[in-house]
Write a protein that binds this ligand. Sequence first.
Ligand code: HEM
Ligand code: HEM
Length: 217
Amino acid sequence: MTQYSFRKYQPLGLRLWHWLNALAILGLLATVLLRKTFLSWRSNAALIEAKLQEAGTAITPEVAKDIAVSIRNPMWDWHVYLGFTLGALLLIRIMVGLLVVKKCPATHAVQSAWNLKKVPQKEKGSAIHYTLVKTGYAFFYLATLFMVTSGILMQFKTELGLGKEAIGVIKEIHEMMMWFFVVFVVGHLLGVVIAENRGDRGLVSDMIHGGEKEKGS
Ligand code: HEM
Ligand code: HEM
């Protein structure tokens, strides 16, 4: 194991946080997938209209849309519940970082980048890879902070008196930022599998039982 190994002792607080955070992110992505596919109001409104027409009942497009949106809404409520859960997890991660791990992911990434100059040539590849992965985590937290803030602004737009135009812009960026999480999740899963098969055998089980304390933190 080299100093660029991703294996390290994972305290219980961070392990619990990691799996709850993974569930929240996957859940949020699942609600978006459902909203855009099976529960899309456009395709379901057209379906409701067509089926009622077949049965000999006339329905206006507005009522068909209203029904389709009403079917979708209880599912979409979960986007907001999971969104607030993600917000709470972000706060907890900051507390875990300050009190348990005593390391800030962004500082860690910057430190690795700073040390790159001093790394011997033959270790450069591993050192750059390590820095990129840690930078990816720092961006994950930054993107999560943005999603939570923009999500809360959208949820409380009336109470906060935010205009249609401002909300439109916030929603567009919130929606676009979803792709960061898609890329992160795919890259993270592939990365963990590759690391487990190269020098970091035991990386995944460390995230379950914690690993050996002498590996450091
Ligand atoms: C799919 C949603 C997931 C998300 C959003 C996610 C997110 C994260 C984040 C942010 C970290 C860095 C934690 C830190 O600050 O140190 C991390 C580390 C880690 N994750 Fe995940 N994770 C996910 C799923 C998984 C899965 C399914 C596995 C295992 C099969 C896994 C294994 C690991 C391991 C081993 C680490 C520590 C490795 C390292 O420090 O580079 N993750 N994850
Ligand atoms: C990784 C995290 C998240 C992802 C990937 C994500 C993704 C999305 C996407 C793609 C939309 C646009 C849906 C559409 O109009 O077709 C959306 C809307 C929204 N999101 Fe998120 N979101 C996340 C986190 C959050 C959080 C933390 C909250 C806060 C509570 C939140 C609250 C909302 C709200 C209120 C809307 C507007 C829905 C509407 O106009 O009816 N989201 N989100």
